[in-house]
Design a binder for this molecule. Structure first.
Ligand code: FES
Length: 116
């Protein structure tokens, strides 16, 4: 996929199912977390819980949510929003999958990255 708006990160199969992996990036305060659900959906969020900033990649994935490992806030992987009554959101990162390869929006990655 020759399109400079997207950066290839790796294969869907590189991410545990269910699970998450972090993506390196430079010039930004937090890495990106790429999540894979048990039914093989893939999402990307900035790896920073909207509560107190714990890494969401270390949380527990259930259906289409991740429960933060620190205090248990539940974050919707599709929107990045915390479930009520909690409020706030982790920033969502645009993602495409082409032939089993994961591409993230170039503006979010900031520099050619890869898995941490
Ligand atoms: S830091 Fe994530 S729930 Fe508190």
């Amino acid at each position: 996929m020759a399109d400079e708006r997207w950066v290839e990160i790796g294969a869907v199969e590189d991410v545990p199912r269910p699970g998450a992996r972090r993506v390196k990036r430079t010039g930004k305060p937090f890495p990106i977390a790429v999540f894979r659900t048990a039914d093989d959906r893939v999402f990307a969020l900035v790896n920073h819980c909207p509560h107190r900033g714990a890494p969401l990649s270390e949380g527990y994935i259930s259906d289409c949510t991740v429960s933060c490992a620190l205090h248990g806030w539940v974050i919707d992987l599709e929107t990045g929003k915390a479930q009520a009554p909690d409020e706030g959101a982790a920033a969502k990162v645009p993602l495409q999958i082409v032939e089993g390869r994961i591409y993230l929006a170039a503006w979010a990655v900031a520099a050619p990255g890869g898995w941490e």
